[in-house]
Design a protein around this ligand. Structure first.
Ligand code: ADP
Ligand code: MG
Length: 699
């Protein structure tokens, strides 16, 4: 293609939307609220839904209560003033079969819109108040001497997502104008080969049809093409990143076989499950290569991810490097610190811990020691990513419960080393097709099997009425040497009130209900030392009941705890509830999860009944995704994904797979040859993912 032509077209599309008829200096500001700035933005502002207004009904055939489209001539029009300075404007419209009325309240200016004998299309819900009428219908006046191209009625009509101040009719008109005058400047950036192979519409045609389709088949074809474009660009970006990573040969090639790992294998406290062994093989293969490992380990709560990560740590340390394990809470840091210490110190590996709760002096010492490589393994919270922390020889990074961290936190820790290997672990497993999109840059390992001897947790959803029965049940469980968690919600907004409620309940339990038992309290505002003491007591079996806030949500492992009672269960998200439930069922005893809730909203009913239906974390994650949608599920800070305009990563998985395949194939040629068609793609990519520092493109 002629290069000058291409540049010209691009320039035209990137002009301010103010060049479009009907968009003035005032309107451009309102459009900006919809993120519309340029002509191109208008063309790519897609409808939210459509209404079929294409079939005109003979007026005497309209059905009361239904939405109908009719066409006729204006017979009369009248404006009446009624009480309170209000107005009614009435239009009588007739065709060969009958007469219908259109009514507008308090819009006196409508009088100037219509003239007798105008050819008019009306669209709206038919009512009957003495006469057959439509209140405030959508309308279109067909001009006799113009080429008839109705925009608002008489066709499949686009309905756009809007914010205040912008009218549906207005935007529709402006977009129609853009399509009529600027569509020609849109450049096809997908190679013809791909378009042909998949029988896609050309981009221009797809854009025309997404806004103003002649019928729903055309619309479906347009959607298919535009969804592909979004997924294709996304997969290209992810693919490029993966490719860049695979091509670096500067990472550490860890020794896989040495004394240390042999010793470690012998000291393992249990036989590994075959799922664990498989994942360990995958990790070792990664670590033995010159390319950095970039792996996500997905496994349900309690599936035994920790020991796998310790394996990786030992491999790292035996090559003389340091390993850092980052976790989201102080309590989990303490637990991991202890577990690691217990397993690793007999092998002569030194472990330390860094959390924000340390005293200033202690902290300075730990930081100094890390810097001098006095410790090979460092467990910590996000305090690990702070500026003053320097590692002497960091080779491996492990992020536990990664869904609790943002991408940038992960990136910051990586920047503390030169090409470290990385393992991120998550107990919120997501379906594979989704994982390859959200974590497209990560290789994925999955543990789908729990260690032997576990029985699924039994889950019950009960109401306040059953509270006394519940206490009887709990007492019986304590008698049988079971330990119990009681969890209280802690919402950021009402933190103090919630904390009080939890503390009150703890006192009530300790002094009244369970006066004969040992009850402890744990929450985030307690000092580290206190937290640790309480946790130690519970772990050692010296507490029967632990009343806690969500500080125990992730990672905590006390195999003898077999009952978890969740108060106000409706206030937790589904994945959160599943995580909490994962605190029990870690030992051989039958475990129970009791959800106490009066929750009646549709959403809470969905969540709570999902909990009673399945204990499979993969299913739970799928439900959660369906209930909340991907945006909320991941939280925008979780992933670096750009917002998708038309594609939906949950419902359009089939198309996602197609796009991924095409993108992978395309990438194989991408670097060998830059030609007109792929240089356009490069530009589209740059537009969609502006900075290379963008979290999506950062490793
Ligand atoms: P998660 O995947 O939730 O992080 P953990 O690593 O905390 O799970 O393991 C849960 C519990 O299962 C721990 O008490 C751990 O010691 C135990 N465990 C892990 N692997 C095995 C195994 N292969 N056989 C028996 N118990 C195991
Ligand atoms: Mg864990």
């Amino acid at each position: 293609m002629d290069n000058i032509q291409t540049i010209k077209k691009k320039l035209i599309l990137n002009q301010s939307a103010q060049f479009v008829k009907g968009v003035g200096p005032q309107r451009i500001k309102t459009l900006a609220k919809l993120n519309i700035h340029t002509v191109k933005d208008l063309l790519f502002y897609f409808p939210r839904r459509y209404e079929d207004r294409s079939n005109f009904k003979p007026i005497n055939k309209v059905i009361i209560g239904q939405v109908e489209t009719v066409r006729g001539r204006v017979l009369t029009s009248s404006l009446r003033r009624i009480k309170g300075n209000r107005t009614i404007f009435t239009l009588a419209l007739g065709d060969e079969s009958g007469v219908i009325y259109a009514i507008w309240f308090n819009q006196p200016y409508m009088k100037n819109v219509f003239a007798v004998d105008d050819d008019v299309i009306l669209y709206g819900k038919v009512d009957h108040y003495g006469k057959i009428q439509i209140n405030s219908p959508e309308y279109e006046i067909l001009k006799p001497d113009e080429d008839h191209d109705p925009v608002h009625t008489g066709r499949v009509v686009p309905i756009y997502p809007l914010k205040m101040d912008i009218g549906q009719r207005y935007l529709r008109k402006v977009i129609k104008y853009s399509i009529d005058h600027y569509l020609d400047n849109v450049l096809e950036f997908i190679p013809q080969e791909i378009v042909k192979r998949n029988s896609f519409l050309e981009l221009k045609q797809a854009l025309l049809n997404i806004h103003f389709p002649d019928n729903f088949d055309q619309l479906a074809a347009a959607r298919r093409r535009l969804i592909f474009d979004e997924f294709f660009l996304l997969q290209l970006a992810l693919g490029l990143k993966r490719k860049a990573l695979k091509e670096t040969k500067k990472a550490i090639k860890f020794k896989l076989k040495a004394e240390l790992i042999e010793q470690f294998k012998k000291s393992l406290p249990f036989e590994l499950t075959s799922a664990q062994k498989n994942v360990i093989n995958e990790i070792e293969a990664d670590m033995g290569k010159k390319q950095p490992m970039n792996r996500l380990l997905q496994g349900d709560v309690g599936s035994g991810k920790t020991i796998v990560s310790i394996w990786a740590i030992v491999v790292c340390v035996q090559s003389g490097y340091q390993a850092a394990l980052m976790v989201p809470t102080e309590i989990l840091a303490m637990q991991h610190y202890e577990t690691l210490n217990k397993i690793l110190s007999p092998l002569g590996i030194k472990v330390t811990m860094l959390t924000s709760g340390l005293k200033k002096k202690e902290k300075e010492k730990v930081i100094q020691d890390i810097c001098e490589h006095k410790f090979s393994v460092i467990v910590g919270t996000h305090s690990l990513i702070q500026g003053d922390i320097k590692f002497k020889k960091l080779g491996l990074i492990i992020v536990d419960e990664q869904h609790k961290f943002g991408v940038m936190q992960r990136v910051k820790l990586q920047q503390k080393a030169n090409m470290p290997d990385m393992l991120v672990m998550s107990a919120t497993p997501i379906p594979r097709t989704l994982a390859i999109t959200v974590y497209g840059d990560l290789d994925i390992s999955t543990i789908r099997e729990l260690p032997p001897g576990r029985t699924p947790v039994e889950t019950y959803w009960i109401s306040e009425k059953k509270r006394q029965d519940l206490y009887i049940f709990l007492k019986k469980k304590i008698k049988d040497k079971n330990q119990i968690y009681v969890v209280y919600p802690l919402v950021e907004k009402s933190k103090s009130i919630d904390l009080k409620a939890a503390t009150k309940m703890y006192e009530h339990f300790r002094d009244d209900i369970f006066a004969e038992n040992r009850v402890g309290l744990l929450h985030g505002r307690m000092k580290d030392l206190e937290k640790n003491q309480v946790m130690q007591l519970f772990k050692a079996g010296d507490l029967d009941i632990l009343v806690a806030t969500t500080v125990i949500e992730v990672g905590i492992d006390v195999p003898n705890a077999s009952v978890i009672l969740i108060e106000h269960a409706e206030r937790f998200g589904l994945s959160q509830l599943h995580q909490l439930r994962g605190r029990v069922g870690r030992g051989k005893k039958q475990a129970y999860c009791v959800l106490l809730s009066e929750g009646k909203s549709e959403d809470s009913v969905k969540r709570l009944s999902a909990m009673t239906k399945t204990t499979d974390g993969f299913k739970i994650a799928e439900y959660d995704l369906l209930i909340r949608g991907p945006g909320e599920f991941f939280g925008t800070r979780q992933h670096g994904l750009p917002e998708l305009k038309i594609a939906n990563i949950i419902t359009d998985t089939q198309q996602l797979i197609v796009a991924r395949k095409e993108a992978t194939e395309f990438l194989e040629q991408f670097f060998s040859e830059i030609n007109d068609s792929n240089s356009l793609i490069a530009q589209e990519l740059a537009e969609k993912f502006p900075k290379t520092g963008d979290s999506l493109l950062a490793r």
